[in-house]
Structures are given as structure tokens and as C-alpha cells.
Design a binder for this molecule. Structure first.
Ligand code: HEC
Length: 113
């Protein structure tokens, strides 16, 4: 019984991080490239700006998901990017999904991708 629970737990964990990866790739990479700055700052660039400000995982997730939920030039941490590309549009996703994506971004090392 213990083993079954352990396997189920590992499976759910794996499943949820794979799912967040799919959400991230499907919804953020349309505009953001991992390493290259095209029509928006790269993922590595915005992650590192947020990491400097919010090294604690819970803060990082709170601030990134709230900002993406409702992009606002007054609360943006990368004002230069707004001057260059215009404000990021509101995507209309629910906050829980954006929190999963922010957690995935926090946990993932993009430098070797
Ligand atoms: C339609 C294009 C588009 C999509 C899709 C998009 N972004 Fe953006 N994003 C931008 C642009 C353009 C900027 C730079 C201007 C700005 O900061 O508003 C930006 C900026 C950001 C910033 C920096 C905000 C700040 O504090 O200044 C974060 C964080 C971010 N995006 C996260 C995400 C995440 C996470 C997703 C996927 C859920 C996503 N973006 C999807 C266009 C997009």
C-alpha cells in the first residue's frame, strides 16, 4: 500500500510539472523566446530580473503571476522593455494557471536549453 501511494505521488508530481511545462511553452513562448530577444524580453532575461527582486520562491510566484494576470506599466519591473515593445497584453488566463507557470519558470534552469 505504501509503495502504491509513493508511486502515485511520484506520478502526480511528474505529471503536474510536465503539464506546467506544456502550459508555459504553449502560452508564453508565442512572444518570449528562451534566450533571444525578439518582440519581447527573453525568458532568461525576465526570470533573472525577477530572481534579483524576489529570490524567495513564494514571492517570485506571487509577483510574477499577479503581474502577468494584469499587466500594468506602473507595477512593471522592466520598464525599459515596455518602452521598447509596448505593454504586454492581458492574456485572460486564470491566476492558478499563471501560478503553475511561474513555479515552472522558477524551478527550471533555462541556461542549458
Ligand atoms: C502576446 C505576446 C506575449 C505573450 C503571449 C506573453 N508575453 Fe510576457 N511580455 C510581452 C512583452 C511585449 C513584454 C515586455 C513589455 C512589458 O514588460 O510589458 C512582456 C513582459 C513580460 C514580463 C516582465 C514584466 C515586468 O515586470 O516588466 C514577464 C514576467 C512576462 N512577460 C511573463 C510572461 C509569461 C509568464 C507569459 C505566459 C503565461 C507571457 N509573458 C506571455 C509579451 C507577451
Amino acid at each position: 500500500m505504501k509503495n502504491i501511494l509513493l508511486i502515485l505521488f511520484l506520478y502526480l508530481n511528474l505529471y503536474s510539472s510536465e503539464f506546467s511545462k506544456t502550459l508555459f511553452e504553449g502560452n508564453c513562448l508565442a512572444c518570449h523566446n528562451i534566450k533571444t530577444e525578439l518582440s519581447a524580453p527573453s525568458v532568461i532575461e525576465f526570470k533573472s530580473a525577477y530572481m534579483d527582486l524576489f529570490p524567495k520562491k513564494t514571492d517570485f510566484i506571487d509577483f510574477m503571476s499577479m503581474w502577468v494576470y494584469e499587466p500594468d506599466e506602473h507595477t512593471a519591473f522592466m520598464p525599459d522593455a515596455i518602452r521598447r515593445y509596448g505593454l504586454m497584453p492581458e492574456l485572460g488566463y486564470d491566476l492558478e494557471m499563471l501560478r503553475d507557470i511561474a513555479e515552472y519558470i522558477y524551478d527550471t534552469d533555462f541556461s542549458n536549453q
